[in-house]
Write a new protein. Structure first.
Length: 353
């Protein structure tokens, strides 16, 4: 009897999803599209097959930190048991022939933060050759390709059976910003002590904004604006508008701002603070981030007050408020949870009240 024909190993199928592109360039295009290619290579780095996908829809430059949020459908990758080499080209969304950078990766079943390199984009043969040389003589990628400092492409994978994105549990881990880490001891956690003294509506409230710390590298002259809202986004207090001490550090600006507020504000009053700056590259007025501060707490707790509470206390004391990239959703009730689902500047960005 003839021996059975060897069966091909089952193909591995995974979904690939772009998440965020961060570019650090002197001049950034208003939009970026991503062109993805992948090929299979064997243990000796020989190229077995290659595939290419259409370019993604252009993603607009949306935030201070040079981010492009890449809202692109999942790409289905199918291959045998070989290694998979991925190559990403970043093209100007308006002039697709203009390539501004590229990234590469060997497939790994996890979230990847990929370094970005300057053009020209190499071929698969060049990448495979470099991988082979790296294995034999510890060649570094800087010897072959020019890295773009402080730039990243964040990629995620979907399970082919469930097609469920592998998002992290905490929203602030959506991506890591390429910013320097905070110095040791820069911030200390201090438990907030509950206040038991019922707020006297006849006494005014002082809101003081001292400054901001560890802002992103694109800031220049910054200022804080804001308003006092109740839970339904009704304006219940005066406008907040600070100036900056011009000889203070641009990454740690000092505002020395103080504002008197009436004591009879609604129990659910929140200060919505917005920090602006002049972008160091574009020169445009740009939002750095948002912070919220509840003015009142439930008596004897540190929880924000509600309309049904019979007595409330002032949320007094010094605060370090994290800056969030996105603002609260005006279609939902305004609470301190309104920014919990927004991305936080993990390495930089705090307001001192």
């Amino acid at each position: 009897p003839q021996p059975p024909k060897p069966t091909e190993p089952p193909k591995r199928i995974k979904g690939l999803h772009y998440h965020t592109l961060i570019l650090n360039m002197p001049s950034l295009p208003p939009s970026i599209s991503v062109h993805t290619q992948f090929c299979e290579i064997d243990e000796e780095y020989n190229i077995k097959s290659r595939s290419s996908f259409p370019s993604s829809s252009p993603a607009s430059l949306t935030t201070l930190l040079n981010h492009y949020y890449l809202d692109y459908q999942t790409l289905e990758l199918a291959w045998n048991q070989e290694e998979v080499l991925l190559l990403f080209s970043f093209k100007d969304g308006e002039v697709e022939e203009n390539v501004v950078g590229w990234s590469w990766a060997l497939y790994s079943d996890k979230r990847l933060e990929l370094e970005v390199f300057k053009p020209p984009v190499p071929s698969f043969s060049q990448l495979a050759q470099w991988l082979e040389e790296q294995e034999s003589n510890d060649a570094t990628i800087e010897e072959e390709f020019k890295r773009m400092p402080n730039s990243r492409l964040v990629v995620r994978y979907y399970d082919s059976k469930e097609w469920t994105p592998r998002f992290p549990e905490r929203p602030e881990d959506n991506f890591l910003l390429p910013q320097p880490r905070l110095p040791t001891g820069a911030f200390r956690h201090v438990d907030q002590k509950p206040n038991f003294t019922v707020h006297d509506k006849s006494r005014s409230i002082s809101l003081v904004i001292d400054g901001a710390r560890y802002l992103p590298s694109c800031v220049t002259i910054s200022r804080v604006t804001g308003r006092i809202f109740d839970r339904d986004f009704n304006i219940v207090g005066p406008q907040i508008s600070s100036s900056v001490v011009l000889d203070s550090d641009i990454y740690n600006p000092i505002f020395k701002y103080s504002l008197k507020l009436p004591g009879d504000l609604p129990k659910t009053s929140l200060a919505v603070l917005k920090l602006y700056t002049l972008h160091s590259v574009t020169g445009q007025l740009t939002t750095v981030g948002y912070s919220l501060l509840n003015l009142f707490c439930k008596r004897g707790t540190v929880l924000e007050a509600e309309d049904k509470d019979t007595s409330v206390v002032l949320n007094d004391g010094a605060m370090q408020l994290p800056l969030h990239i996105d603002g609260p959703d005006a279609g939902l009730p305004l609470t301190m949870d309104s920014l919990r689902t927004c991305t936080v500047y993990r390495a930089r960005g705090y307001l001192s009240d």
